[in-house]
Design a protein around this ligand. Structure first.
Ligand SMILES: NC(=O)c1ccc[n+]([C@@H]2O[C@H](COP(=O)([O-])OP(=O)(O)OC[C@H]3O[C@@H](n4cnc5c(N)ncnc54)[C@H](O)[C@@H]3O)[C@@H](O)[C@H]2O)c1
Length: 596
């Protein structure tokens, strides 16, 4: 029989603690909520009532249930109030000495059979446990932010946590409606070990002005379907907490430089820019604690018209190539009203592309998203050609041929001879340096990257890659074109992986390394990222969809360009590719797809 938890204590009512109180009180469990001072207690109370009031306003909680929930919470200053609870969850700031002091005190105050749990994200639960005389009753219960919403709980057992304590806590998680993954005591557990390298990398992109905060966040939301961008997430986590987590992970996790906190984080913490809780972090909020972003001096000003930014008018677009990307891009431009010249290597290829575009447009008609007349007009706007000479009078060329530098360079040299002056020349490369392609022409200022995502007609994001030679007019033109296509163009520098792949693939590679180290299973790692961080797919699901060979190639490029030891491809990934396990397309990757 699992232990009954009738009353629990929560220590620290900040970002996490207030949410954890709500999780328990919602399930009919009495909570003693403890803070360090009356003022802090009041802040915690305000967070809890704010959250439950919002739930009532959204119709997710009845007013009587909110009142009952609040009546179950007893707010107290000082740990002495915890003498009769069955379980304590500590959620004070991420400092080992503070947590150890609190655990020594809890050990003295709490009844002998009480379980003592920490919500630490990165500190050693074992080191915290040895501050008590009952390390076998100490465990990690790691909730995710916001605790009432996120379904995952990481249960962290140390080498001395007793099996019945683990079982009791697992049963409790189920009662709370949470999904638990039980793991051993390693820095960052599953989710944070995979998340924080990515967050830190995103901050370094912002710090080095590689892209704006809005563009970094939009790229990850629209390119990967994440619920929020990395900088907005840093603000939600709290920059002070994020700093401590990174710092601890750096020291405990083998001094991986990717976890060494980017200097800007420390500067912001020192300046009191802690994120949502202080009303200002990477973004500015309506008031402390509010999720509502308000404009500040970094907010991009929408100009009167794109032409005011120096954007050139584009009416006729050439698309070179006949693969998946070229086909999608032709459709996107034709649908948006541009006159399109498609250049392939022959009539047969053109016929194939035509069929694919028609089939795709027909799907839109069947789904009621496109009228037959609009489909016919879109198809009528496409001119089919097998010679580059037909691009002499276009305003923009988008190249989407094979991903080989020599081929792209030769093509751009030809375009340079054929195209009229002032044309914007764009490459869709996802891994080659745009500057290499630009320098194959005599007009590098007119060359830009337009990195579409697959499938182009559906994905709402385009990375606009400017080289050190790209003119501001060319970038402005490219951005304006993205807008007319109904897509968000994010501007970034010309580095391997641009924004999305540079942030996404090292995370996927880290997940493979975690599996390889037998720290957890593919299923639990996928759960952790989906239920703890709201990702649409877990890393192994995504790797199987993208293809392990493609993922390995991208990861190799990143490693070669940045020489970051932590980016070295996971040996397991290499082996799977060698073995022909490429993911869904070959029937087997991390999972066997032939049996499903
Ligand atoms: N922020 C997140 O997204 C997140 C997610 C999961 C876990 N965590 C972990 O949760 C813990 C708390 O983080 P947070 O972001 O909620 O921090 P926070 O700074 O928002 O809140 C900490 C609270 O602890 C209180 N406190 C400090 N000393 C105390 C004491 N001696 N007795 C009682 N209360 C005390 C503070 O007044 C404050 O209200 C950390 O271990 C963190 O790693 C954080």
């Amino acid at each position: 029989m699992a232990r009954e938890f009738t009353s629990v204590g929560v220590v620290g009512l900040g970002t996490m603690g207030a949410g954890i109180v709500e999780v328990f009180a919602r399930k009919g469990i009495d909570v003693v909520a403890v803070e360090i001072s009356e003022a802090a207690l009041e802040r915690g109370r305000t967070t809890l009532t704010g959250s439950t009031d919002r739930a009532v306003a959204k119709g997710k909680l009845a007013a009587v249930d909110r009142d009952a929930l609040l009546s179950r919470v007893h707010f107290q200053v000082g740990l002495d109030a915890l003498h009769s609870v069955d379980l304590v969850i500590e959620a004070v700031p991420e400092h080992l000495d503070l947590k150890q002091r609190i655990f020594a005190e809890l050990d003295r105050v709490c009844k002998p059979e009480a379980i003592l749990a920490t919500n630490t994200s990165s500190l050693s639960v074992t080191e915290i446990s040895v501050a008590t005389t009952r390390p076998n009753q100490v465990i990690g219960i790691h909730f995710f932010n916001p605790a009432p919403v996120m379904r995952l709980v990481e249960v962290v057992r140390t080498v001395v946590t007793s099996a019945d304590v683990v079982a009791d806590v697992e049963a409790l998680c189920e009662r709370l409606g949470k999904v638990d993954v039980t793991i051993s005591d390693r820095a960052g557990f599953i989710a944070n070990a995979l998340l924080f390298g990515y967050l830190n990398h995103a901050v370094s992109m912002f710090e080095s002005r590689y892209a704006t905060r809005e563009d970094i966040d939009a790229a990850m939301k629209l390119g990967c379907g994440l619920p929020m961008g990395p900088l907005a997430l840093m603000d939600l986590i709290g920059l002070d907490t994020a700093y401590e987590i990174l710092d601890t992970m750096y020291r405990r996790g083998g001094r991986d430089r990717r976890h060494a906190p980017v200097p800007l984080i420390k500067q912001m913490v020192t300046a009191g820019l802690l994120g949502r809780k202080s009303g200002r972090g990477f973004y500015t909020y309506e008031r402390p604690g509010s999720p509502v972003v308000v404009p500040d001096e970094q907010t991009p000003v929408a100009s009167e018209s794109a032409l005011a930014d120096g954007a050139r008018g584009i009416a006729k677009v050439g698309v070179v190539g006949s693969g998946t990307m070229a086909t999608g891009i032709i459709e996107v431009f034709a649908k948006a009203g541009y006159e399109v010249v498609s250049v392939t290597r022959g009539a047969e290829k053109s016929a194939k592309v035509f069929e694919s575009v028609k089939t795709s447009l027909n799907k839109g008609v069947v789904r009621g998203k496109l009228s037959e007349a609009d489909r016919d007009a879109a198809l009528g706007r496409i001119n089919w050609s097998a010679t580059l000479e037909h691009l002499a009078d276009v305003d923009l060329v988008v190249e989407a041929v094979v991903e080989e530098l020599s081929v792209k360079k030769a093509l751009f040299a030809s375009l340079d001879e054929i195209c009229k002056p002032g044309v914007v020349l764009a490459t869709t490369t996802s891994s080659l340096p745009v500057i290499d392609v630009a320098m194959a022409t005599q007009r590098p200022a007119d060359v830009v990257g337009l990195h579409f995502f697959n499938p182009a007609p559906i994905m709402p994001l385009i990375e606009v890659v400017q080289t050190i030679r790209t003119s501001t007019e060319t970038t402005a033109t490219a951005k304006a074109v993205c807008a007319t296509l109904g897509k968000t163009g994010v501007v970034c520098g010309d580095r391997s992986g641009f924004i999305v792949n540079a942030l996404l693939f090292p995370y996927l590679n880290d997940a493979v390394k975690m599996l390889e180290a037998s720290y957890s299973t593919a299923d639990d790692i996928d759960y952790a990222m989906k239920l703890g961080c709201g990702y649409p797919m877990g890393p192994f699901e995504l790797l199987d969809v993208v293809g392990l060979d493609v993922s390995l190639a991208i990861q190799r490029e990143l490693y070669l360009e940045l020489r970051e030891p932590g980016f070295a491809p996971a040996p397991l990934l290499e082996h799977l590719v060698t073995a022909g396990y490429l993911g869904r397309k070959s029937g087997r990757g991390f999972r066997d797809h032939t049996r499903r």
